[in-house]
Design a protein around this ligand. Structure first.
Ligand code: CAA
Length: 267
């Protein structure tokens, strides 16, 4: 039985909201949570629901079972697609990664196992990546005669630098969580048992801050990285101006001066 949300019934995704956090779990454990087109359609519906629900302030995205976050695009589905179909489906997958990246709320990838190909690319679209000690990462597409198609050639070099990104993409090598941490692909490595609680602690810390400041910081970093430093600085100044004219700014500065905790409203 699927989970009903926003008029949809999910077959491949578990979706729960608890307080200010939404929990999304890729749920095809028999195929190591491989990402078929149905998964991307369900991710789109769930993330749009999260985006539009003011009560939700952050998301934890993980995989079901203890083996995989996601072992990549569904190779069985991909094996029969034409070039034109593959271009369409990869554009759709990319649009979902852009939705996640620009959600306006932090999304933490809780990487509980294999994050390969499209799985690694999905994790890279998230705001922050926390890895369990047994997680493994890689872009093994070249071993299948293809190349990354859900943002790997763009987000990996931005995260870890061109040389290291090309080495991973061209070799198809699978690396450990510790190595992913060393090269900056993940923010932290934690014991498997603490994975979700550590992600919750990070989100709770972020959620105690002004929602507008959080949303526009994500925008400024993302949009700034698309262009020159000078264009990025202009974006930063404009978004800073919006924050500085907000009620949250009045509340945050007054609370500081009155030595009390702020009560932000996100406006
Ligand atoms: N697609 C479809 N099915 C997959 C899958 C995938 N990406 N990854 C694993 N599975 C299936 C296996 O076929 C297997 O199914 P059966 O039980 O029916 O045989 C089941 O999941 C368990 O997998 P394994 O038996 O292979 O498990 P393992 O522990 O021996 O190996 C693994 C684990 C190293 C992750 C191995 O499964 C593997 O190499 N998977 C493929 C990884 C990959 O190449 N990913 C990139 C896909 S292309 C892509 O992602 C394009 C893009 O950029 C969008």
């Amino acid at each position: 039985m699927g989970t009903a949300v926003a008029g949809s019934t999910f077959q491949n995704l578990l979706y729960q909201k608890k307080g200010a956090i939404a929990y999304l779990t890729l749920n095809r454990p028999k195929v190591l949570n491989a990402l078929n087109q149905a998964v991307f359609a369900e991710l789109k519906a769930a993330f749009e629901d999260v985006r539009d629900d003011a009560a939700v302030r952050g998301v934890i995205l993980t995989g079901s079972g203890d083996k995989a976050f996601a072992a990549g695009a569904d190779i069985a589905e991909m094996s029969t697609s034409t070039g034109v179909q593959a271009e369409e489906s990869t554009r759709h997958a990319q649009s979902v990664t852009e939705l996640i990246e620009n959600l306006g709320k932090p999304v933490i990838a809780a990487v509980n196992g294999f994050a390969l190909g499209g799985g690694c690319e999905l994790a890279m679209a998230c705001t922050i990546r926390i890895a369990a000690e047994t997680a493994k990462f890689g872009q093994p597409e070249v071993k299948l005669g293809i190349m990354p198609g859900a943002g790997g050639t763009q987000r990996l070099p931005r995260l870890i630098g061109k040389g290291r990104a090309l080495q991973l993409i061209l070799s198809g090598e699978i690396i450990s969580a510790q190595e992913a941490y060393r090269i900056g692909l993940v923010n932290e490595v934690v014991p498997n048992a603490n994975l979700i609680s550590r992600c919750e602690a990070i989100l709770n810390q972020i959620n105690s801050n002004g929602p507008l400041g959080v949303k526009y910081s994500i925008d400024a970093v993302n949009k700034g990285l698309d262009g020159s430093v000078s264009e990025g600085l202009l974006i930063e100044a404009s978004l800073f101006g919006i924050c500085a004219g907000s009620e949250d700014k009045k509340e945050g500065t007054s609370a500081f001066l009155a030595k009390r905790a702020p009560n932000f409203q996100g406006r």
